[in-house]
Write a protein that binds this ligand. Structure first.
Ligand SMILES: Cc1cc2nc3c(=O)[nH]c(=O)nc-3n(C[C@H](O)[C@H](O)[C@H](O)COP(=O)(O)OP(=O)(O)OC[C@H]3O[C@@H](n4cnc5c(N)ncnc54)[C@H](O)[C@@H]3O)c2cc1C
Length: 497
């Protein structure tokens, strides 16, 4: 940004928010220079200014200043985007973390109103006092915010029962690209046929239409009891058929994860650490299905028993070692809490130490996060093995998340280990591009849980064709100056050749 403009913008923002919540210092900007998509060791994407608003009104004033000077605005929650979605391209980075208040718990109507910067874990700690639960369990819940989950349409563990964010989102308050505050949606109800459902446009909008500042969410009573079960299968198709059969016969899990043997190893580090060996897996196993059931104990017990019967009819075998099940669950669901947070710039979050202890420094978890129709999982898995080997990437494992209520519509993470050299990073994005196009060719989508971000911007024309032109027109309505999170969804990818 031009130095004179920067000076003027900085002093206007300080006038609005005060010095402690506005910074141009390099040490304050650096923590925002990366996301969780694989990158080379010297990669940095720096904003010019970082601000920490506390209210919708403050966000609106910040965006009005940006609109006046036509400078980029990048909203950021926990910064764990896997597609470079919250990387700034200069301009103002709006850190939403101080907007973390629960504004209303309406117990009678099972809805809550929150500020969009609240992390999911914190929201659930608050809801626990009321016996309520927001069943949106992203693994990064310790830092992933409600605003980001809306902006990305993230995956959650319990979505085979509760659905994705659209099944929870009654209404939102947004600040558009001109700084205007607008209420979208239908107050406290999910059900309406009035007007256009503009709040849905903000689902997976990735901050390109505006900033979500508040949300009214449907919540549910916390279940009284939960149990877990796991099964080995000779193929992914066997596992899928067993699950389809369960749903047909009224056995409804609250979570379902189908994964390959390699991915199991990723989640059972604690077992290895304790016994010095991997958990025992039958020779013939290709796929492992983990389910959880929740409700009254007798209902849960019945469904557990019934699921075992059905799995046997489909050539699967239960995992008998309870410790493996529990370690898997802990590894997947128990996030390490951020340490005492230092206002105003937070410390990095250390995710899942139990899964890949100490490995994040040199090797990262990189994933093609796609969706394909359920009958194509086996084929997509073969492509995964082919492309990862073609680009010299070590397979970390595949995980299929069932993401739609009472159905087998899936989101799949095809993960590989990625080093931080230029060659390894370049190869990862070549792999990603091939996986993205294959998913579309198989009737699916190139992005199932982490948006397009910077990574798939431009590549996504392969999926959308001329529909992308209409999307851009919608963006222009909300963001006439094109300042909201530029470089995401539209334009050229700076990652994929
Ligand atoms: C260890 C680990 C585990 C993960 N597990 C999962 C998982 O289980 N499921 C899953 O789907 N993903 C997962 N992810 C990816 C990521 O954590 C999620 O997508 C998460 O929802 C991102 O939240 P965040 O607050 O960190 O997002 P950020 O990176 O801060 O932002 C993501 C996007 O949302 C936009 N945004 C943020 N706040 C707002 C707002 N208020 N208004 C408008 N736009 C906004 C940003 O501009 C950006 O485009 C994981 C990542 C890691 C590192």
């Amino acid at each position: 940004m031009d130095k004179e403009v920067l000076k003027r913008v900085y002093s206007k923002l300080v006038e609005l928010l005060g010095e402690e919540r506005v910074s141009v210092a390099i040490e304050d900007r650096l923590p925002y220079s990366r996301n969780w998509n694989p990158c080379t060791r010297d990669f940095r994407a720096l904003p010019d200014i970082v601000v920490l608003p506390k209210s919708t009104e403050e966000v609106s004033q910040v965006v009005k200043v940006a609109y006046e000077y036509k400078i980029p605005v990048t909203p950021r929650g926990g910064g764990t985007s896997m597609s470079g979605g919250s990387l700034a391209r200069g301009g103002i980075l709006v850190d939403m973390k101080l907007m973390d208040r629960v504004l209303e718990v309406d117990k009678e109507n099972y809805v809550v109103r929150v500020q969009a910067g609240i992390p999911i874990l914190r929201l659930n700690e608050e809801l626990r006092k009321y016996g309520l639960w927001f069943p949106y369990d992203v693994e990064s819940k310790a830092v992933a915010t409600v605003g980001s989950v809306i902006a990305l349409r993230s995956d959650g563990t319990f979505n085979i029962r509760y659905g994705k964010i659209e099944n929870h989102l009654c209404s939102i308050t947004v600040v558009t690209g001109t700084g205007e505050v607008v209420e979208l949606g239908h107050r406290k109800t999910l059900i309406s046929t009035s007007g256009y459902h503009l709040h849905w446009l903000f689902i997976s909008s990735e901050g390109t239409l505006g900033i979500v500042t508040e949300a009214v969410l449907r919540v549910v009573p916390a279940p009284p009891h939960r149990d877990i079960v796991g099964f080995f299968f000779p193929s992914f198709s066997h596992g899928v058929k067993a699950l389809v059969d369960m749903l047909k016969r009224g056995v409804l899990p609250e979570s379902a994860n189908l994964q390959c043997k390699n991915r199991l190893k990723f989640y059972t580090h604690a077992y290895r650490a304790k016994y010095g060996v991997e958990p025992k897996v039958p020779e013939w196993t290709e796929a492992v299905l983990f389910l959880s059931f929740a409700g009254d104990k007798d209902v849960v017990d019945f469904m557990m028993k019934k699921s075992r019967e059905i799995v046997r009819e489909h050539g699967g075998e239960p995992i008998e070692d309870r410790e493996v099940l529990e370690m898997w669950w802990t590894s997947k669901h128990v996030a390490i809490e951020p340490k005492e947070l230092r206002f105003p710039w937070e410390k990095p979050f250390i995710p899942f130490k139990q899964k890949w202890p100490d490995s994040q420094r040199t090797r990262r978890f990189g994933a093609a996060g796609v969706s394909v129709p359920v009958g194509k999982i086996q084929e997509m898995y073969r492509k995964y093995l082919e492309y990862s080997s073609k680009y010299g990437l070590e397979v970390l494992g595949m995980n299929v998340y069932f993401q739609h209520p009472n159905s087998t519509h899936v989101s799949i993470s095809f993960a590989v280990w990625v080093g931080d050299s230029e060659e390894e990073v370049r190869n990862f994005y070549r792999y990603l591009k091939e996986m993205a196009k294959t998913a579309v060719d198989l009737g699916g989508s190139m992005s199932a849980y982490y948006g397009d971000g910077e990574v798939l911007a431009g590549i996504n024309v392969y999926e959308h064709g001329n529909a992308l032109k209409y999307m851009l027109k919608i963006k222009e309505v909300f963001d006439p100056a094109g300042i909201m999170n530029p470089g995401k969804k539209f334009g050229e990818s700076r990652w994929v050749e």
